[in-house]
Ligand binder design. Structure first.
Ligand code: ADP
Ligand code: MG
Length: 220
């Protein structure tokens, strides 16, 4: 497993570099050109980004945490996550309403934690199909920080919920089916748990529990 992880990580890095270079040159071509060419270039860029996203997911799966573990201030992390998702919500429609208390701390890798949450909330945004709301809240319960993400999107039946997190499970034409696989892995490495409940046509609720880290503790 260790060898496979390291191999996957190095292949991913090696492949990502030429993708970035190609992206740069394609963008340079995108001036003084016909509408038709512009359209082809835009498709090419989209597909490159998709390839790059898939690589990121594999990298994260292979190395879900390990380095740069720190005490994370949940409200700050969530603010960043919302910022990252703002363009997507503006583009796709729907809104995010969040209410995160200021006194919650968890332990983890900031980038990975953000990726875990972004993958969940992205699905919620996509499930809204242009209208609806995503409510994000958090609270402390015994020794856990509990994060709740609720959408009133298209929802899922029981059979779909049972398949969440399986590699390549997707009901979308352009889905990779890797998002939740990565999320589950990151939450697991943070010693947390994640639970989905959903109803078709009503919406989905995701409950994440992660051990609370005391405010006073400097070292984690
Ligand atoms: P992808 O988004 O690429 O399809 P994911 O692993 O992120 O892969 O999600 C897998 C599947 O789970 C989605 O294709 C969708 O069918 C379902 N799903 C996940 N979250 C939601 C949600 N909030 N509402 C409805 N369906 C969802
Ligand atoms: Mg997804």
């Amino acid at each position: 497993m260790q060898i496979i992880s390291e191999l996957a990580a190095s292949v991913a890095h090696e492949v990502r570099n030429p993708l970035q270079v190609t992206r740069g040159f394609l963008q340079l071509l995108n001036v003084n050109t016909t509408e038709k060419t512009k359209k082809y270039l835009s498709l090419a860029l989209d597909e490159l980004d998709r390839a790059s996203d898939i690589i990121t997911d594999f990298l994260t799966f292979a190395k879900p945490q390990l380095d740069h573990v720190a005490k994370l201030h949940l409200a700050t992390e969530m603010k960043h996550i919302e910022g990252v998702l703002l363009p997507l919500t503006n583009l796709q429609g729907g809104e995010i309403v969040s209410n995160i208390p200021n006194d919650l701390y968890i332990k983890g890798n900031s980038a990975k934690f953000k990726q875990a949450l972004i993958n969940i909330i992205k699905n919620s945004i996509e499930s809204l199909r242009g209208k609806g709301q995503i409510r994000i809240s958090a609270l402390k319960e015994r020794n856990d920080v509990v994060i709740v993400i609720r959408d009133n999107g298209e929802g899922m039946d029981e059979a779909t919920v049972a398949k969440l997190g399986q590699p390549y499970f997707s009901t979308k034409t352009k889905g990779t089916g890797l998002g939740l696989m990565v999320t589950f892995r990151i939450i697991e490495v943070m010693n947390g748990s994640i639970h989905f409940s959903s109803e078709l046509g009503v919406g989905t609720e995701v409950i994440i529990r992660i051990p609370f880290v005391q405010d006073e503790r400097i070292d984690v």
